[in-house]
Design a protein around this ligand. Sequence first.
Ligand SMILES: [Zn+2]
Length: 218
Amino acid sequence: MLETICEVLEDAYKRNWITSRDGNVSIRHHDRDHFYITPSGVRKQTLQPDQFKKIKIWRTINSGVGTGAFNYNYEELEYTDISANLKPSGEIPLHFGLQREMGQHKNDVRVVVHVHPTYCIAAMHAGIDLNSISKAFPELNRYTRVAHNVGDVAPISQELADQCHHHLELDKDGNIAYDIVGIKGHGVVAIDTSPWRAYEHIERLEHICRIVLASGKY
Ligand SMILES: [Zn+2]
């Protein structure tokens, strides 16, 4: 599936949804204690599977009385000689929070895709809440649950991660109430069980945003 992620990012580059070094993707299988994430600062249109970073997830029981909650941490693992010299994407807090518990995809794979699609960002810039437009378009809301926008937050920050998790309604078991969330002035994050399925949420929302902006009625 790492090869498929490379194809997805190549396609995103062709659509002008990212410039060379933008965009990041992670993938985790439900039965594994690690996930893979794209490296930082690498040209995504020529990304190779051996450039991915392998991240181990550590889960320990919270020693606090009565909460029963877990503590989570992560550690970079060496994967290939090439990836050993690379750093994971700066958006790793965003991906880690979504990958540490599988939630709705317990028996499957979870893929998180972050890119910068033109019309989604233009719609948010024009003041449109992406959640509100999804209601008017059945071909969008039949297949894709769109969250309320995240406001102005700095890229590669913990706040960006926290706000995205909050708006996706991520719970402690890893369940999410939405498939995609927009970040104002920045991009979108989509989640599903394969790279192309996650990508289709973005494609569908981008198509509707283009229509809404063309109509001039919003
Ligand atoms: Zn970004």
